[in-house]
Design a protein around this ligand. Structure first.
Ligand SMILES: Cc1cc2nc3c(=O)[nH]c(=O)nc-3n(C[C@H](O)[C@H](O)[C@H](O)COP(=O)(O)OP(=O)(O)OC[C@H]3O[C@@H](n4cnc5c(N)ncnc54)[C@H](O)[C@@H]3O)c2cc1C
Length: 558
């Protein structure tokens, strides 16, 4: 059964090419005669090709646990999907229904077409994106993930698949009958969960993130010896912006991302303060669009791929990956963001955005008008949040692990807190339980000194516990501030530059670190505004300096 999306958006999903458009495509491919029954393409084939029907017809199906027949394609129609553009294995089987002729376009040429022919680019990109949406909305694939709803690792793998827009079949070992059958066929027991199973019955037991990415061949093949103009590490909003702008300006760009595109923003169900989206946009949708956009311009993406070290002893620089490979690049953008410190609570993720928040703006303030709320943290951000929220909330409880605020919060904020009748400070206290069927409904906190616990009907918790930057992989290559964020541009003092042996007459450019040609953007940068828009702005601005450095560094390093 096909999803209704296939009917509603049929015209855009399956546009018919005109004779003139096919003439423009001709030089990019080779014509091939076809015979009825001939197999043109199988799911999971690495070598990606797009087929344009010149005469005769093709049948497109998606094999899997329940085979889907997509539709017959006639003259002027074309077969292909996002994976064709990315050069990674796809999901469909293409066979010849009625013999005739097809134009075969390899993926490398397809990328040339979308970068050079605006009209065809729009037509193909829209069709590919919608076809991928169609595949996702009717879950089916040659591969099934079998997991358990009670397993956090399963949830992480499912999130990975969802955030990478990967069509798949998910079966819950405890709830789905088909899971038992498939497990029996693949020789799996409950102890092997989560496991991934392919059509041929091949399975990976207790599958890790990296194993899953390898099994799916989710990343394109990359020439490990190639020296890239720009290596972007981290695909949150700042890294994605750097990738889109750099690739669109003709630079050879490689992006490596330890999980999935979107970063912290990718975990937000609705971003309402990003320019141009008056009704809000989910972080995942925003990131998905940016990835497609950067891939259209030729950026190469690798997900489930961790940078573990920056080697800066010689130029071009080398970034060591967790799988042992080295990525070589003339310039590097550090866009690895930050991670909010989180209390160790097993079900915390469930309530993020539905009762647990990392920001206290007017938006969140409105959501908890006249309610009793909790702010966790003893720093200035927690103090500001508590004072701000107290103006609209019934009562604000501040929870801190320490014995007070004096060492961590500005005096003026402590005074305001003391003077606010509806703020209570709970020292030596931390949250020990969150409860609620869907949204947060109840919170328990425990005082470490007395051992006493209290449970209250509280639906809003603000975590203002500070963010820790993802900079451990940078070792001693770039200057970091006291909290581990990367110092850039004018924030680097003469002494810091001298200590880093800054080799140029000029000072570092905006967002350039103490290492020439290595930039830091977004949340990972010392002093940055921790917002989606500012991260996107920084990622895009830094590209103009990348161009300058690319002209400058060969002369410096030889
Ligand atoms: C729940 C939530 C909701 C938010 N809502 C809003 C909002 O509504 N509006 C707003 O303006 N801001 C919001 N923010 C803040 C905003 O999301 C961040 O400011 C923004 O995402 C920062 O972007 P970034 O690219 O600098 O870093 P990040 O988004 O942190 O992305 C960094 C990326 O780098 C990857 N990475 C880390 N280390 C490595 C490594 N060693 N190798 C490879 N990859 C690595 C990470 O996996 C991640 O994908 C929200 C944040 C959160 C957590």
């Amino acid at each position: 059964m096909l999803n209704e999306l296939y009917e509603k958006r049929a015209e855009q999903m399956f546009p018919r090419l005109t004779r003139l458009q096919i003439e423009r495509l001709d030089p990019h491919g080779a014509r091939m005669a076809t015979k009825a029954g001939q197999l043109l393409s199988e799911p999971r084939e690495r070598e990606r090709k797009m087929f344009v029907v010149i005469s005769g017809s093709l049948q497109v199906t998606v094999p899997g646990l329940a085979e889907q027949v997509i539709r017959p394609l006639g003259p002027g129609d074309f077969a292909g999907e996002m994976s064709t553009l990315r050069g990674v294995p796809g999901f469909a089987r293409v066979t010849v229904q009625e013999g005739g002729e097809v134009l075969v376009i390899p993926d490398s040429e397809l990328r040339v077409i979308v970068q050079t022919d605006a009209e065809l680019s729009e037509l193909f990109m829209r069709a590919f994106i919608l076809r991928r949406m169609g595949l996702i909305s009717t879950p089916n694939s040659e591969m099934a993930l079998i997991g358990s709803r009670y397993c956090g690792h399963t949830l992480m793998l499912r999130e990975f698949l969802a955030r990478n827009a990967y069509p798949h079949f998910y079966l819950d070992a405890e709830a789905d009958e088909e899971a038992a059958e498939l497990m029996q066929r693949a020789g799996l027991t409950i102890n092997d969960i989560p496991a991934v199973v392919g059509r041929g019955g091949q399975a990976v037991r207790k599958v890790s993130l990296r194993q899953l990415a390898q099994f799916l061949e989710i990343n394109p093949e990359i020439d490990e010896q190639a020296v890239h103009d720009l290596l972007v590490v981290g695909a949150g909003p700042s890294g994605l912006a750097a990738a889109v702008y750099a690739a669109s300006e003709g630079l050879g760009v490689r992006v490596i991302e330890s999980f999935a595109p979107g970063g912290q923003a990718g975990t937000s169900s609705r971003i309402e303060n990003y320019l141009g989206f008056p009704t809000g946009i989910s972080g995942q949708a925003l990131a998905g669009r940016a990835v497609v956009q950067s891939q259209k311009f030729g950026a190469q993406f690798q997900v489930a791929c961790d940078a573990v070290a920056l080697h800066c002893d010689r130029w071009p620089y080398r970034v060591e990956l967790a799988d042992g490979h080295l990525a070589h690049a003339r310039t590097v953008v550090i866009a690895t963001g930050a991670q909010y410190r989180q209390p160790d609570l097993p079900n915390l993720q469930k309530y993020i955005g539905t009762g647990v928040y990392y920001a206290a703006t007017h938006l969140e303030g409105r959501m908890c008008q006249n309610e009793e709320i909790i702010v966790v943290g003893g720093g200035n951000s927690a103090g500001q949040a508590a004072v701000f929220l107290a103006s609209g909330c019934r009562h604000v409880h501040i929870l801190v692990r320490s014995g007070g605020l004096a060492d961590t919060m500005s005096h003026y904020l402590i005074r305001r807190i003391q003077e606010s009748p509806n703020i209570t400070l709970h020292t030596h206290t931390r949250i020990t339980a969150l409860e609620g069927r869907h949204d947060l409904e109840r919170v328990t906190w425990t005082n470490a000194a007395s051992g006493e616990s209290h449970t209250r009907e509280i639906r809003h918790v603000f975590l203002m516990t500070g963010a820790a930057p993802n900079t451990e992989w940078l070792k001693d290559c770039v200057n970091l501030d006291g909290k581990g964020f990367v110092r850039t541009g004018a924030d680097l003092s003469k002494e810091e530059l001298a200590a880093a042996r800054w080799p140029l007459q000029r000072p570092p450019y905006m967002m350039e670190t103490s290492l020439p040609g290595v930039f830091a953007v977004g949340d990972v940068r010392s002093g940055s505004v921790k917002r989606v828009a500012s991260s996107v702005g920084e990622g895009s601005i830094c590209v103009q300096f990348v161009h300058r450095v690319l002209k400058e560094l060969p002369a410096l390093f030889g």
